[in-house]
Design a protein around this ligand. Structure first.
Ligand SMILES: NC(=O)c1ccc[n+]([C@@H]2O[C@H](COP(=O)([O-])OP(=O)(O)OC[C@H]3O[C@@H](n4cnc5c(N)ncnc54)[C@H](OP(=O)(O)O)[C@@H]3O)[C@@H](O)[C@H]2O)c1
Length: 307
């Protein structure tokens, strides 16, 4: 897992957040040219290395080439600009931020050159769906190592997950907490209470158990620590499947009542409210029923396994 820094401006708050993360065990930081904060990320990294005695190679730094710079020469130049702002000699991972039609293949050739020249440790993409990956891979010499996409319990990217797993591409979750939008979710609260954990921790653990790298953003030290405290519990299949089924049902109900087929950040607040009320409804009425059924099924499976 790593620290995200989207929407954090250059300045002391960002420098302190990066330092706090490294001090508390984070080794991966995710930024992008368009976040316009690479200078402070670089400063945070340098100060953290000095404080901890860690070496540059102990950290994993990611940045992304923005849409306006997609192209062969322009992407090569954008990489140099990012390195200069970060004041680093190399990046561990450089991503194409968005799959802009007609542009991402030239940008990918540039990333391949950077990789072959040893300027970057790994190259990947972001916001690529299956058809983008298929198209890119037709001409690519190097398969992307990472695809960073919006991923959280209301957008579980099943088709993309199956595809990336098959092609050995690591999925990475952006906005894992739906920019904080999932943190009041009643069903997730119920699950979190069962584990004595916060909703954020349950979601981030859910990412890891799906084999997805997660990069929650926080500038608050206490939350930075909380978000990385994920390794002393495991979501059980029973509760996990129970919740996934409920989410699926809620998503299905949503698609029946609105034209939006994939819930996520693009939803309006009215649609979001509808998802919440659907979840509340399930919580109050159907949750017990569905959960008990699934629980019952698992009990039966476990009894048979014992015999
Ligand atoms: N590739 C892409 O197109 C793309 C797009 C979006 C994001 N990203 C990357 O993904 C990273 C994460 O996504 P995100 O920043 O959009 O959203 P996020 O990580 O889902 O949520 C961040 C929000 O949740 C709050 N938060 C974090 N931990 C919390 C906790 N334990 N308890 C309560 N609130 C908490 C943060 O507030 P505080 O800071 O006040 O704690 C912030 O408002 C970004 O920072 C960026 O690096 C990539």
């Amino acid at each position: 897992m790593g620290l995200g820094v989207f929407k954090v401006e250059e300045g002391a708050e960002l420098v302190e957040a990066v330092k706090a993360a490294v001090n508390h065990g984070y080794r991966s930081i995710d930024t992008a040219a368009v976040y316009a904060n690479e200078t402070s990320v670089g400063q945070g990294i340098r100060e953290a290395l000095a404080e901890t005695g860690l070496k540059r190679e102990d950290l994993f730094v990611t940045s992304k080439v923005w849409n306006a710079d997609l192209g062969y020469e322009s992407t090569l130049a954008a990489y140099e600009t990012s390195l200069k702002k970060l004041d680093l000699d190399y990046l561990d991972l450089y991503l194409i931020h968005w799959p802009v039609a007609g542009k991402y293949k030239d940008a990918w050739r540039a990333l391949e050159k950077l990789y072959k020249d040893g300027r970057v440790k790994a190259i990947g993409v972001s916001n690529f769906q299956v058809h983008h990956l298929e198209d890119l891979m037709k001409d690519a010499e190097i398969i992307p190592v990472v695809d960073q996409v919006e991923f959280h319990p209301l957008l579980n990217q099943k088709e993309l997950r199956d595809f990336t797993m098959k092609h050995n591409i690591q999925l990475e979750a952006w906005s894992p907490l739906m920019q904080g939008g999932l943190l009041g979710h009643p069903l997730l609260k119920e699950i979190a209470d069962k584990y004595g954990k916060s909703i954020a921790q349950v979601i981030l653990r859910w990412d890891l158990q799906h084999g997805v790298i997660t990069i929650p953003k926080s500038t608050k030290e206490q939350r930075i620590v909380e978000n990385a405290s994920l390794f002393d519990f495991e979501l059980s299949l029973k509760i996990w499947i129970g919740s996934t089924v409920l989410m699926k049902i809620a998503e299905w109900v949503l698609t029946q009542t609105t034209s939006i087929s994939k819930p996520g950040l693009m939803m309006s607040s009215t649609q979001m409210d509808r998802v919440y009320s659907i979840h509340q409804l399930f919580n109050e009425v159907a949750h017990e029923f569905v959960f008990r059924k699934i629980h019952g099924l698992f009990c039966i499976v476990e009894i048979f396994k014992l015999k």
